[in-house]
Ligand binder design. Structure first.
Ligand code: NAD
Ligand code: MG
Length: 405
């Protein structure tokens, strides 16, 4: 299991800053994608936990004004604006901001960053995850696409570099909390919960006519646009099944999905003796973001509203409508197939979702385009980073060309 390998050693890591007399040293956190939904949540958590953590680095893609505000508030040692050199110079206010894709790796490998919170969306986060793990850091991973496209390479980077991967995804955080250090041999299976997204009760006919505005109306979570669409197609749950496979070392037949519209039970773990544990709470990413920083410890925090089971009831569960939401089965099958198939699934999905967000393809074209890309390129190899990126590029090209017809 990647997630807990080094957990017992966490407190032995050297503190990032020398402690002033009488004060406790704080651990440095680099936040990649600090202007996004998870990134801003992470900064709220860090603001409450400033006696434990300080912000070592911040990066964003293009929202220079928000990045500037965050930099002024948290005074990180490094700030990087990936997508816009001009803005990086203008907004930096005389300071030296990094620019270009390389600044993700630069932020992720800063000596004063003990933890790298990877909250970038999509394959763009891969090199930073690999570099941080290679440099022996804890990666608090929201950027699930990284693990899906290159699970073996990510595991190898952790093994060689001594880094540690801890999930931010609420389902995987729940599983990690339920497992609580028990060995993999004691886990029977895990059941990931899925809200079902905005189209849970929709007929197939109606799904064919679903608009972008419909898809962006998630019933229980407020998130970035890409993951919101992934939640509507259930591609997100496929990414999460593959994520669970790599994080917890479980074969696919022991990872299941159940629809749970209230998003209160964050996932279940069934142990080999038949006992089932679940982790519950009001839907909020504050806890998983915090827990990824403090695991296996728990610290006092006020981020999550009080739990009232009566207020949150009833809690209901349904089977997934697999044929109406084909992206789930396509992704799980790609995971089972291995090689470059998960990278092709992920890249085809990213490309198809980007085109759906631009109004260039219909909602149900997303799984059709993924299936077509998997047929064409799912057999590619993924033995190293170059092969993974080749498969990623082939899938994106395939989807772009196919959608144009
Ligand atoms: P978002 O779109 O709100 O934010 C994405 C962040 O990444 C932004 O700061 C953006 O500037 C940056 N970014 C985008 N493209 C980039 C690129 N090419 N290079 C560098 N930086 C780039 O997305 P989000 O909802 O915060 O999701 C981030 C990740 O967390 C995704 O992988 C998502 O699946 C995962 N996740 C999100 C949630 C949630 O509640 N939002 C829950 C679980 C997992
Ligand atoms: Mg999730």
């Amino acid at each position: 299991m990647i997630a807990t390998e080094k957990s017992g050693e966490r407190s032995q890591t050297a503190p990032a800053r020398p402690a002033a007399p009488g004060a406790t040293a704080t651990r440095g956190v680099a936040i990649l994608g600090s202007t996004g939904s998870i990134g801003t949540t992470a900064l709220r958590v860090l603001a409450r936990q400033s006696h434990r953590f300080h912000v070592a680095a911040l990066t964003a893609f293009s929202n220079a004004a928000l990045l500037r505000e965050q930099a002024d508030q948290f005074s990180p040692g490094f700030v990087g604006l990936v997508g816009d050199q001009l803005k990086a110079t203008d907004e930096a206010g005389g300071k030296d901001w990094g620019c270009g894709a390389g600044c993700l790796v630069e932020a992720a490998t800063r000596p004063d960053a003990d933890v790298v919170s990877n909250a970038v969306v999509g394959a763009a986060g891969l090199d930073a995850t690999l570099a941080a793990l290679g440099a022996g850091k804890r990666v608090a991973l929201a950027n699930k696409e990284t693990l899906v496209m290159a699970g073996e390479l990510v595991a190898e980077a952790a093994r060689l570099g001594g880094g540690e991967l801890v999930p931010v995804d609420s389902e995987h955080s729940a599983i990690l909390q339920c497992i609580a250090g028990r060995p993999a041999t004691e886990i029977g299976r895990v059941v990931l919960t899925a809200s079902g997204g905005p189209f849970r009760g929709w007929s197939r006919d109606r799904l064919e006519r679903a608009t972008l505005a419909d898809a962006l109306q998630h019933p229980t979570w407020r998130m970035g646009r890409k993951i919101t669409v992934d939640s509507a197609t259930l591609a997100n749950k496929a990414l999460e099944v593959i994520e669970a496979h790599f994080l917890f070392g479980l074969p696919y037949e022991r990872i299941e999905v159940v629809v749970h519209p209230q998003s209160v039970v964050h996932s279940f773990v069934e142990f080999v003796d038949g006992s089932v544990l679940a982790q519950l709470g009001v839907p909020s990413m504050e806890l998983p973001v915090l827990y990824a920083l403090t695991h296996p410890d728990r610290v006092a925090d006020t981020g999550v509203p009080p739990f009232d089971p009566v207020e949150l009831s009833p809690l209901t569960f349904e089977r997934v409508r697999a044929t109406d939401f084909p992206a789930l089965a396509l992704g799980v099958e790609a995971g089972r197939r291995g090689g470059a198939a998960p990278a092709v699934f992920n890249a085809a999905n990213e490309q198809a979702v980007a085109m759906f967000l631009e109004g260039r393809v219909a909602f149900m074209d997303i799984p059709r385009l993924i299936e077509s890309a998997l047929e064409a390129h799912g057999g590619l190899r993924a033995g190293d980073r170059a092969e993974v990126l080749t498969a990623d590029a082939a899938a994106r090209r395939h989807v772009a060309e196919r959608a144009r017809r």
